[in-house]
Write a protein that binds this ligand. Structure first.
Ligand SMILES: Cc1cc2nc3c(=O)[nH]c(=O)nc-3n(C[C@H](O)[C@H](O)[C@H](O)COP(=O)(O)O)c2cc1C
Length: 131
């Protein structure tokens, strides 16, 4: 059984570009070990992350994510069983989506984007800008 977890959080003011690169490397090592895949989108104010894997593995990763001071106010937007991974082959990817900053802010405040299914929100956010 696989689950997909999707959350949005606020980036801490002290979190630098270097911090993001470091956490990405740490995430990739641990996720590979746990067979967790996913994608991290970053705007100038928020992170959005998709994590996919066995429920116990995703829980372990989320425990670490929740403790990490590089972001705050984590809001889970989706947690559901899934048949297949969206990010097969990605221990953790990064997309810079400053162009989606308003959408990410809205997700954090309202928990949704009106009229758009959450899996479609994921598809739009986790693409390379302009793709
Ligand atoms: C936005 C964000 C995404 C993260 N994603 C992952 C992840 O996918 N996998 C993981 O193991 N940890 C993830 N973390 C947690 C950090 O990588 C973790 O705290 C780091 O590995 C530090 O580990 P330490 O406790 O050994 O210092 C994330 C943290 C943040 C802020």
């Amino acid at each position: 059984m696989l689950i997909r977890m999707f959350y949005v959080s606020e980036i801490s003011p002290a979190c630098t570009e270097l911090d993001v690169q470091v956490l990405l490397g740490q995430a990739q090592v641990r996720n590979r070990r746990l067979d967790v895949t996913g994608m991290l989108a970053k705007s100038d104010g928020h992170f959005c992350q998709v994590l996919e894997g066995r429920p116990d593995a995703v829980d372990q990763v989320m425990d670490r994510v929740r403790r990490d001071r590089r972001h705050t106010r984590i809001r889970v937007l989706l947690e559901q069983p899934c048949d297949r991974r969206l990010f097969e082959g990605w221990a953790m990817g990064l997309v810079i989506r400053d162009d989606m900053a308003p959408e990410m802010r809205q997700l954090h405040v309202a928990g949704a984007i009106a009229g758009v299914a959450m899996n479609e929100v994921i598809r739009r956010l986790m693409a390379q800008p302009g793709a």
